[in-house]
Ligand binder design. Structure first.
Ligand SMILES: [Ca+2]
Ligand SMILES: [Ca+2]
Length: 255
């Protein structure tokens, strides 16, 4: 049970609950209720690194059942090697009920968002939406979003795209989404390009092969089982090889 609340109701316009910038690198934010800020619940950056956010409720009440939203739940901006959540149940954050994104990662690399509930009540199964996407990744590369429950959010479950902060077409490449439970979001579960479903090209295009980052509904071309693990490869079209195979992870329940 959480006991300490940072309540932003009187904090004023655009105030964040906690700001961790360069001088605060290596901070641990743990066990707080952070609610009703006009800015982000927690803002990391610019130039901060190696902070950890664990075991907090961000955007809810003490029971994790009602909305008391900040603008975004957690913003990571120009900041590296931060961890939101973790692998243990105690590290899990509840990030729900916020008026923007649950977690927004902007122009930042090598951050980890793991094991959180994003868009649900504390029970992990019923809705307490963030208004925009559960996780928004903009101009940010090589971040990992794993083992979260991301559900009921107003936008995409996870949206990855270019927002023009970095004039580099590869600025949002190399992010890993693995082992998340993503369902019942208002837009796509995962939207690459932040542009909705990209139409599948059925014919080979001589002039501009479809970039793998744009693929919307990959076709499964090979599938084999190794031990207890299924491995799959996808490719866009039988005549159009992707530069590299896509790792497809499938998860099931054993009886
Ligand atoms: Ca898309
Ligand atoms: Ca979208």
């Amino acid at each position: 049970m959480l006991k300490i609340q940072l309540d932003g109701i009187n904090a004023g316009s655009q105030a964040s609950g906690l700001l961790i910038n360069q001088g605060g690198s290596g901070s641990v934010v743990k066990g707080l209720l952070i609610s009703r800020f006009d800015g982000a619940g927690i803002l990391m950056g610019p130039d901060s690194t190696q902070n950890r956010v664990e075991g907090n409720f961000i955007g809810t009440d003490f029971d994790g059942a009602f909305v008391a939203g900040n603008a975004d739940g957690v913003d990571i901006g120009r900041s590296t090697f931060n961890t939101v959540g973790g692998n243990s149940p105690a590290a899990r954050n509840l990030i729900s009920g916020n008026n923007g994104f649950g977690v927004a990662i902007l122009a930042s690399t090598n951050n980890l968002v793991a094991g959180n509930l994003i868009g649900t009540k504390k029970d992990g199964t019923t809705a307490l939406a963030n208004s925009f996407s559960g996780v928004g990744i903009g101009d940010a590369s090589n971040n990992t979003v794993s083992s979260n429950t991301i559900a009921f959010n107003g936008g995409d479950g996870v949206g990855i795209g270019l927002i023009g902060e970095a004039p580099n077409p590869n600025a949002a490449n190399g992010n890993l989404l693995a082992g998340n439970s993503i369902f019942s979001n208002g837009d796509l579960g995962i939207d690459l390009g932040q542009n909705g479903v990209t139409p599948q090209r059925l014919r080979r295009c001589r002039h501009r092969p479809q970039h793998p980052a744009e693929q919307a509904r990959p076709l499964l071309s090979q599938d084999h089982q190794e031990g207890h693990h299924h491995k799959g490869q996808t490719k866009q079209h039988p005549q159009q090889e992707l530069p590299g195979a896509v790792l497809l992870q499938r998860f099931g329940q054993r009886g």
